[in-house]
Design a protein around this ligand. Structure first.
Ligand code: V47
Length: 368
């Protein structure tokens, strides 16, 4: 009887997937609530294939940089942010950062720099534009994926100008795309609990909408595994889907598993997410986000073995070689901060997929 119940829940959704019909809120919720993990994975893989996905699994060779960990917002999920007065706070100027990036480039030949920061109230827009300009001059072929929507919003407040104006200055300086952070969970109830000092969801959307219309592609995320409900996860995904319908500028979706170490939530007894929840998030996002082509299994966050499994739950990208990630390491990630290409290739091949090195815009650079 229990088995029949499970089949009954997913059967109408499977019919919709096969017919390439859009899933609605209730479908999303039913997927979140199912305990039939393997059926969910199979359905997500079906959805990926029905929509044209093949056996390719992508990764990018990238370097992570952080210019500053000084942050005016005290998000309760964050272990990275510091105040200016704290001993381990830092703010790195353009020349030092460029020197470091060039030295790393000589070692690793990466194609992308991924950079997110705290919302530092002690620097101005020129601090950010300057580093982009100097990096672009030193490394003209490297794509600069810099600054979450929260940082862009912060810059606009600091400078007293619009999102549009900030993005134009940064684009002229060399900005290539925006990372997806700052989204957290869009529901105001959750935002108020985990990030009361952060801008409302509408600002996040306004920045991505403006970027897309300006020809700047972006990424999008959802931070799960804290105080949010399944309903709030699905609502978040549906809002992203509606934005993608309107502007089409999201390159990829990245579900981010909450890491509680060194945060307020650790003291309240919150634990790391389970493998089942990580796989569920990969699968449900693939099923609901029918218009976002790439779903990342972020190995830094879930470890390579779990990221490998996620490739059978709808994911088609493992993010990157990622040198020196700091946000998840500060909050208890134990996956290391660098993955060599041969290891990524080994894991992808062993999952029965074709490893493809891509650039940020998903152009193929090499396949194994
Ligand atoms: O907005 C912060 C998350 C984001 C924690 O676009 C945490 O490809 C879990 O933007 N546990 C910033 N998550 C990082 C970011 C990002 C990361 C990976 C890929 C991409 C991409 C973008 O990191 C924040 C927040 O959602 N975060 N602290 C934590 N303790």
């Amino acid at each position: 009887m229990a088995v029949l119940d499970i089949l009954d829940t997913l059967a109408p959704i499977r019919e919709k997937v096969e017919a390439r019909e859009r899933l609605d809120f209730e479908d999303g919720l039913a997927l979140m609530e199912t305990d039939d993990l393997l059926a969910l994975g199979e359905l997500a893989d079906l959805a990926r294939r029905v929509r044209g996905g093949g056996d390719e699994v992508y990764f990018v060779q990238n370097l992570y940089l952080n210019q500053t960990n000084v942050c005016r917002v005290k998000c309760k999920f964050c272990a990275f942010a510091k105040t200016q007065k704290q001993e381990d706070s830092y703010t790195i100027g353009a020349d030092e950062l460029v020197e470091d990036a060039v030295a790393q480039y000589e070692l690793a030949n990466y194609t992308e720099i991924h950079c997110v920061n705290g919302e530092n109230p002690h620097v101005d827009l020129e601090f950010y534009a300057d580093v982009l300009r100097k990096l672009k001059a030193a490394l003209p072929d490297v794509h600069l994926k810099f600054y979450t929507a929260s940082e862009i919003h912060h810059m606009s407040k600091l400078e007293g100008c619009t999102h549009d104006e900030v993005l134009r200055v940064l684009k002229d300086a060399g900005l290539g795309s925006l990372p997806g952070g700052g989204a957290e969970i869009f529901a105001p109830r959750v935002r108020q609990l985990i990030a009361p000092g952060k801008e409302p969801a509408e600002e996040w959307f306004h920045i991505h909408d403006t970027a897309h219309k300006m020809g700047i592609p972006t990424h999008c995320t959802l931070l799960y595994g804290h105080v949010e409900t399944y309903e709030e996860r699905v609502d978040h995904m549906l809002r992203l889907r509606a934005q993608q319908d309107a502007t089409g500028g999201f390159l990829a979706f990245i579900p981010l598993a909450f890491h509680p170490e060194n945060t307020v939530f650790e003291r309240r007894g919150f634990k790391f997410t389970t493998g089942a929840d990580d796989l569920k998030m990969a699968a449900v996002s693939r099923l609901v986000l029918d218009n976002i082509p790439n779903i990342k299994a972020y190995w830094i966050m879930m470890g390579m073995p779990m990221a490998q499994l996620a490739l059978h739950f709808g994911s088609n990208d493992v993010q990157g070689t990622v040198v020196r990630e700091k946000i998840f390491q500060a909050a208890g990630a134990t996956s290391g901060t660098e993955q060599k290409i041969p290891e990524l290739v080994r894991f992808i091949k062993d999952a029965g997929r074709i490893p493809v090195q891509r650039d940020t815009l998903y152009n193929e650079l090499h396949r194994w």
